[in-house]
Write a protein that binds this ligand. Structure first.
Ligand code: F6P
Length: 360
């Protein structure tokens, strides 16, 4: 009988998911294994099962295509995180249901492509007897155990392009422009894009900000004859002693929906400096569209390596990207605590060395 593996995409989508699916399916075909993709996240494994065969000959175009052909979900019965990132246990009947679904289809290994939430679920399934390996995905880059997650580079490219565009219009109108980017409780997108796009102020969750400091930077620039300022703010950034800004009421069994900090910052900065301020919330543009060249390569590597992990029987492990090479790390080493921007690490030091204000 032909051996068969399954693939599942969980959590929020991001550029590169299809490239990983393609790489896993190609790697499987090389070993004469069948690959099937479950639809709609882990739910597709349960009855009534929903899946599609990933035929080697039908994978054309997937390398560059955004989203996921399998669909995904960051809410519902398989969501691992609630409120501000608190973990949730999976009921035993769901674990049993996944095990039964895998056995029914004769699947000997499951590739779970996901971030902290989906891999936390993956770990619980693994502990419950499901042979599973992980591939680290998230635009937020907040997963431990890997230097980079795929999707992050594409999100940074999008945010950097937005800063470039805001730069010219800010300069034309002598305005303060505030760009809000995603990232949940980590400032990776903001700090990478902020440095790459020449922001004057970068506000990240790891460094609470104060308005005096931001306004001082704007006045300093005015004094130098620069009558415009670019501020990039991570959605999870907050004023020293302040609360997270959310864009919707808390829904039971879901993570808080962050958003709206750009408008808050712009209003206060405008009031204090008398400058015209405008905001731009980049939102899901950061998650859509095709992956960057780097992400395409990274996804291909991670997908191919995931197949190797299954072949080696290294279940409960995730493929990690560490510097210029990959490694197998236990999923338990990646989940549970977020990888945040080190406040005295290289990127923060670089930003300060360039005269960028971090709002502190
Ligand atoms: O985790 C990825 C992410 O895009 C975060 O950066 C953002 O806070 C969240 O998902 C948005 O989720 P949703 O698509 O449910 O609004």
């Amino acid at each position: 009988m032909t051996e068969r593996i399954g693939i599942v995409t969980g959590g929020g989508d991001c550029p590169g998911l299809n490239a990983v699916i393609r790489a896993v399916a190609k790697g499987a075909a090389k070993r004469n294994w069948e690959a099937i993709g479950f639809l709609g996240g882990y739910e597709g494994i349960l009855e009534p099962q929903r899946y599609m065969p990933l035929d080697y000959n039908q994978l054309s175009g997937l390398l560059t295509r955004g989203g996921t052909i399998l669909g995904t979900a960051n809410c519902g019965r398989f969501s691992a995180k609630v409120n501000h990132g608190e973990s949730r246990r999976l009921p035993q009947e769901l674990i049993d249901g996944v095990k039964a679904g895998m056995q029914k289809l004769g699947i000997h290994g499951l590739v779970s492509i996901g971030g902290d939430g989906s891999l936390s679920i993956g770990q619980q399934l693994f502990e419950g007897g499901v042979p599973l390996v992980g591939v680290p995905k998230t635009i937020d880059n907040d997963l431990e155990g890997t230097t980079l997650t795929f999707g992050f580079d594409s999100a940074v490219a999008c945010a950097t392009d937005a800063l470039d565009r805001l730069h010219t219009t800010a300069e034309s109108h002598n305005r303060v422009m505030v760009l809000e980017v995603m990232g949940r409780y980590a400032g990776w997108i903001a700090i990478y894009a902020g440095v790459a796009g020449g922001a004057d102020v970068i506000l990240i969750p790891e460094i609470p900000f104060n308005y005096d400091s931001i306004c001082e930077k704007i006045r300093e620039r005015e004094g130098m004859g620069k009558h415009f300022t670019l501020i990039i703010v991570a959605e999870g950034a907050r004023e020293n002693g302040g609360h997270f800004v959310t864009s919707a009421d808390q829904v039971a069994n879901r993570e808080a929906r962050l958003g709206g900090i750009a408008a808050v910052v712009a209003a206060e900065v405008g009031k204090r400096t008398g400058k015209e301020t405008r905001t731009c919330v980049l939102g899901h543009l950061q998650r859509g569209g095709c992956p960057t060249n780097f992400d395409r390569a990274l996804c291909s590597i991670l997908g191919a390596e995931a197949v190797e992990l299954i072949a080696a029987g290294k279940f409960g492990y995730m493929v990690a990207y560490q510097g210029s090479q990959t490694a197998a790390v236990k999923i338990t080493e990646a989940i549970g605590r977020l990888k945040t921007v080190p406040t005295s690490g290289g990127f923060v030091r670089t930003a300060r060395a360039l005269g960028i204000s971090l709002g502190d």
